[in-house]
Structure formats: structure tokens, C-alpha cells
Design a protein around this ligand. Structure first.
Ligand SMILES: *Cc1c(COP(=O)(O)O)cnc(C)c1O
Length: 402
């Protein structure tokens, strides 16, 4: 049980830490949903969301979590019997593909395992072999939150282009938006899904769907489209209520406005991305020091393929859970559970744990996180290399002067 003194840090990869200002922005009575003030607020939010996604194209906001945004994308793009290629680097791509299968879409999944990113050469081969262009789309997750693998989206785009394949490129940025650089238009991404509760520092409850005109055109004949998910009804509607297909998520709107102000107009998106990179690198430096002896190590070997928002750490068989339990009880920190890492028949992923470092986080939070794990390892007698905290501190200091 978490102790009730001090501020508890829930360092899981979503929902992320809520800034007090975001919480306070929600502490108000219900507004008049027919006032133009609310409509203007949403117009500004849509413009700023496009700004964060680096796109000039369309954005719809659904009252939904990330799974809702997944379904929204599928419903607007496909018909039963359509064929898609899913590139999997962890459980989230499998989850999105699983939704597609359940909706009657034919899914070919290519798995790249749990420690490596998508091999663009394999994508090129698959698409080159598809001479009839039977694949309508390629689905991929930018950062897979279970493995902490970050995929190279421009390389995947290049594979599609070099294969001369017209499939749409759809990317899940739920764990990466506002944490890792993402350039929807410059990278040639046709569809992108995101959600409020990770890099965007807002409570769970809003799903975002971005799509360009190519995707919109391709989706015109989508047989899976239903009224609630239909993006056509939500783009530039005559009446405000149609934007959300009903009552607007009033308090989430206030929260998101505050979070976007902090992100875009106070810190600045580039500075926020640099902060995530620096804090992630401090965590990696510590785990690399630990991994010099004993079994603690990073799940992703190549630093260029690691997420800046979440870090998956492997321990010996039961140590992942032991460390998590210890820091939760004694240090006031909750770490993320291992997710989808264990092979059946073992049901839990107790060998793994994850550090969530997305959104409203700073250097001392990462240092506290790492220090707490160091304490847990001391208390539990877990063998590891020395110098982890010093390595993290040096990384943070170097990240400042550079
Ligand atoms: C969190 C997450 C999801 C699922 O989002 P929910 O809001 O829990 O439905 C999907 N994909 C990725 C990459 C995620 O990190």
C-alpha cells in the first residue's frame, strides 16, 4: 500500500502525472454548451493539436481512450474483407490488429519481436511481393509502450515509396506524441491516432484522430463506418454539438487547453522534446551502469530505437515485481508493470518493469525514481553494477550544458 505522506509519484506509462494547473482548470461548474466561448476554445485546441502533430490536415476528437481512437481509425478507413499489414513490435500493434480482425478486416501481422524495431527491408519485401496492391494500409505503432521500442517512421514510409505501394500509412502515437519527435506531414503519415493521458498531460478520456486528404478520400467507401465514429460528420460541422456527436467533453476541454498552453506556449514543443530526451537518457545511463553485473538491463539495446517516454527494464525472474512492490511500499513511487513480455504459459511478466517518463516530469523525478530503485536493490540484495546514480546525474548535467 502506498504510504500517505509525501507526494506519491505514479511513474507508469499512462495515465501520466497531471500538472496541478490542469487539475485546477477542471474545477469549475458546467459551462453552457451552446455558448460560442466553448466552440472557440475547441477551435483553438484543434489548431494546437495539429501543431503538436505537425500536420495541416484534419483532426477529430473523440470522447474515448486510445482503444476508441484505434476503432475510429479502422471504422473510417476500411470495409469487411479489406486487407491490411500490421507491423508489430509489442502488444500494442497486436492490439490494434486484433481490433481490425474482430471488425472483419483481414490482417497480416509481421512481428519483429519484443526488443527490436520494424525492419524496413522486410516491409519493402512484403509490399513489393503484393503486386496486386491488396493491402489497403500499413499499421504501425511509433512507440510500443510494452517493449519501449520506438520505430523509425520515415524509414517505413521510404519502404512503402520504394516498393511503389499505394497503401495508407497509419501510425499509433498514443505513447509518443509530445515526447518523441513526430512529423506527420513531413514524414508522409496518412493517419495518426493519439490520446490525452500520456504526453499531453490530460486525464484519460479523449482520443485524437488525424488524417490527411488521401486517407479521407480512401475512406469515402468504408463499409465499417458508423454514425458515432464517422469523421465526415465531425469535420467542419454547421453545429458545435456535431464536433463531438453529442455533448462536448467540457472539463476535458479546459484541462487540455491548460496542458497545451503549458506545452506549446510556455515551454515550447522543441524544448519539451529535448527535456524528454535528456530525462530518458539519464534513466538509460543508470540502467547501463546496473547492467555491468547482475541481471538488470534495458530491454532495447540500441539507444536510437528507445522511446523517450517509457523504458522497459528486465530483471531476473521475480525481481521485476519485487522491485515494484518495494518502491511502492517504501519510496512513494509506482512503477509500470511488465506488459506482454512473458511467453506463455507464464501469465505474468514479473521479470520486467517499466519507467514511465512522459509529460509533466522533470530531472528530480527521474533521479528520485532511480534512487528508489537503487534503495530497493540494496534492501532486496539484488546484484548490480555500481555508479548508476552518478551516471544519471552526469547525463542530466551534460544535457543542460550541451
Ligand atoms: C496507452 C496506449 C494505447 C491504449 O490506450 P488506452 O487509452 O489505454 O486505450 C494504445 N497504444 C499505445 C502505444 C499506448 O501507449
Amino acid at each position: 500500500m502506498p504510504k500517505s505522506y509525501g507526494r506519491h509519484y505514479v511513474a507508469i506509462p499512462g495515465p501520466s502525472v497531471l500538472p496541478d494547473r490542469v487539475i485546477q482548470a477542471m474545477m469549475r461548474p458546467a459551462p453552457n454548451i451552446y455558448s460560442t466561448r466553448l466552440a472557440d476554445l475547441v477551435d483553438g485546441i484543434l489548431a494546437d493539436l495539429r501543431n503538436v502533430a505537425r500536420t495541416h490536415h484534419n483532426c477529430c476528437i473523440y470522447i474515448a481512450n486510445g482503444h476508441g481512437a484505434w476503432e475510429a481509425a479502422l471504422a473510417n478507413l476500411f470495409s469487411q474483407g479489406d486487407r491490411i499489414l500490421v507491423l508489430s513490435t509489442g502488444i500494442f500493434a497486436q492490439g490494434w490488429g486484433g481490433f481490425a480482425t474482430a471488425m472483419g478486416i483481414e490482417v497480416d501481422e509481421v512481428s519483429f519481436g519484443k526488443c527490436s524495431d520494424v525492419d524496413a527491408g522486410v516491409v519493402y519485401d512484403r509490399l513489393s511481393q503484393d503486386r496486386e496492391h491488396t493491402y489497403s494500409a500499413v499499421l504501425v505503432v511509433h512507440t510500443d509502450t510494452s517493449t519501449s521500442v520506438r520505430n523509425n517512421i520515415p524509414l517505413i514510409r521510404k519502404a512503402l515509396d520504394e516498393a511503389g505501394h499505394p497503401a495508407l500509412l497509419a501510425v499509433d502515437c498514443i505513447a509518443s506524441l509530445a515526447c518523441d519527435r513526430f512529423e506527420m506531414d513531413a514524414w508522409g503519415v496518412d493517419v495518426m491516432v493519439a490520446a490525452s493521458q500520456k504526453g499531453l498531460m490530460t486525464p484519460p478520456g479523449l482520443g485524437f484522430l488525424f488524417f490527411n486528404e488521401r486517407a479521407r478520400e480512401a475512406g469515402m467507401s468504408a463499409g465499417l463506418r458508423t454514425p458515432y465514429w464517422d469523421w465526415e460528420r465531425r469535420i467542419d460541422p454547421d453545429e458545435f454539438y456535431l464536433l463531438f456527436c453529442g455533448t462536448a467533453p467540457t472539463h476535458h476541454i479546459y484541462a487540455l487547453r491548460e496542458a497545451l498552453d503549458m506545452l506549446i506556449y510556455e515551454e515550447g514543443l522543441d524544448a519539451a522534446l529535448a527535456r524528454h530526451a535528456r530525462i530518458a537518457a539519464a534513466g538509460w545511463a543508470a540502467v547501463e551502469a546496473w547492467s555491468q553485473c547482475g541481471e538488470l538491463c534495458l530491454n532495447v539495446e540500441d539507444a536510437g530505437k528507445r522511446s523517450h517516454a517509457v523504458t522497459t527494464i528486465r530483471a531476473s525472474r521475480k525481481d521485476g515485481s519485487r522491485i515494484r512492490d518495494w518502491v511502492e511500499e517504501h519510496s512513494g513511487v509506482t512503477l509500470g508493470i511488465g506488459l506482454g513480455m512473458a511467453a506463455p504459459p507464464e501469465l505474468t511478466s514479473s521479470q520486467y518493469f517499466r519507467l514511465g517518463h512522459m509529460g509533466h516530469i522533470n530531472d528530480q523525478m527521474m533521479m528520485g525514481l532511480l534512487g528508489s530503485i537503487e534503495c530497493a536493490c540494496d534492501a532486496l540484495g539484488i546484484e548490480r553494477g555500481a555508479g548508476a546514480l552518478g551516471a544519471a546525474a552526469a547525463t542530466l548535467a551534460g544535457g543542460r550544458s550541451g
